[in-house]
Design a protein. Structure first.
Length: 157
């Protein structure tokens, strides 16, 4: 999944790391013949790539970034009280991840843009990627809540 590069920093070994809008980090090395990224070796090259896309494998795997912490959660919903807005396609704001927690029963979590379908149950949460449309479909009786996450230490947006 393509994500926007927000900045570059060096790691403890001096290698360049791209920071992405989703909250993930990714090394961007120039090591031919395996990695052809000559642009990363110059300040101008990195500046030109800032704001541009980079494929985020961690988003493809629905992995929440490190150093993200819960900051808010919904009330508990059931199959009758689950709002229409959560049953229809919707998304979180930039930089906001979420975790769908099923307390009892089962729920389908669909992410059509990624052709993904997950059956959630207690102990099997759903991870929501920022800005990607998704929807929930109860399977019979269900109880759930949603927790929202952002980078730890970042103020409310």
């Amino acid at each position: 999944m393509q994500r926007v590069i927000t900045e570059f920093k060096r790691d403890e070994h001096g290698d360049w790391v791209a920071f992405l809008s989703c909250g993930h980090k990714q090394h961007v090395r120039h090591r031919p013949p395996f990695f052809e990224r000559l642009w990363v070796t110059t300040e101008e090259g990195r500046r030109d790539k800032t704001g541009g896309p980079l494929d985020c494998i961690q988003c493809d795997r629905f992995e929440m970034p490190e150093n993200f912490a819960p900051y808010r959660r919904t009330t508990e919903f059931n199959e009758e009280t689950l709002p229409k807005s959560l049953r229809n396609d919707h998304s979180t704001k930039p930089g906001v991840w979420a975790k769908i927690n099923v307390i009892e029963g089962k729920l389908i979590y669909r992410v059509d843009a990624l052709d993904a379908r997950f059956e959630l149950s207690p102990g099997t949460p759903g991870i929501v990627i920022p800005q990607i449309g998704h929807r929930l479909e109860p399977i019979g009786a269900v109880r759930l809540f949603v927790e929202f996450y952002k980078r730890a230490g970042k103020g409310e947006e």
